[in-house]
Design a protein around this ligand. Structure first.
Ligand code: TYC
Length: 120
C-alpha cells in the first residue's frame, strides 16, 4: 500500500544544511526556492488631438476601460486639457489588446485618436 505521508512538491524549498544523500550515497540536487515575481504592468495612455469628438473619447473609456460616465468624462477632460491621460494599468498582453481595440475603433469611425502603452 502507498505511504500516506504527504508527498513533497517540486516547489518546496530545500531543507537547511549540507546536500543530502540517499541510501546509496548519491548526492541529491539541492532544490531552488520557487520565486514568483509580480508581472510588469503597463499604462494605456490616450493622447489629445483637435479632431476626435469628446463624446467618442468618453464612449471609448466606457466601452474599453469600464469607466462610468462621470469617470470617463473626467479622464477625457484631463486629456483635453493636459494632452494625455492614463485610462488604466494592465499586464502587457491586456494593455496591447486594449490599444489595438481603441485604434481599430477610432480608425473605423474616421478619428485620428492615438493610444499607446508605457511600462509603469
Ligand atoms: N480635443 C478634442 C476636442 O476638442 C477632444 C479629445 C479629448 C480628443 C481626448 C482626444 O484623447 C482625446 N474635440
Amino acid at each position: 500500500m502507498k505511504s500516506m505521508s504527504s508527498p513533497s512538491r517540486p516547489q518546496d524549498p530545500a531543507p537547511p544544511g549540507p546536500p543530502r544523500e540517499d541510501d546509496q550515497g548519491t548526492v541529491l540536487a539541492e532544490r531552488k526556492t520557487a520565486k514568483v515575481e509580480p508581472p510588469r504592468m503597463f499604462q494605456v495612455v490616450l493622447l489629445n488631438d483637435d479632431f476626435t469628438p469628446m463624446e467618442f473619447v468618453v464612449m471609448v473609456l466606457q466601452e474599453f476601460f469600464q469607466r462610468d460616465l462621470e469617470s470617463a468624462t473626467q479622464i477625457m477632460l484631463k486629456i483635453h486639457h493636459e494632452g494625455r491621460g492614463v485610462c488604466g494599468v494592465y499586464t502587457k498582453d491586456v494593455a496591447a489588446t486594449k490599444v489595438e481595440l481603441v485604434l481599430t475603433a477610432a480608425r473605423r469611425s474616421g478619428h485620428p485618436l492615438q493610444c499607446t502603452m508605457e511600462a509603469t
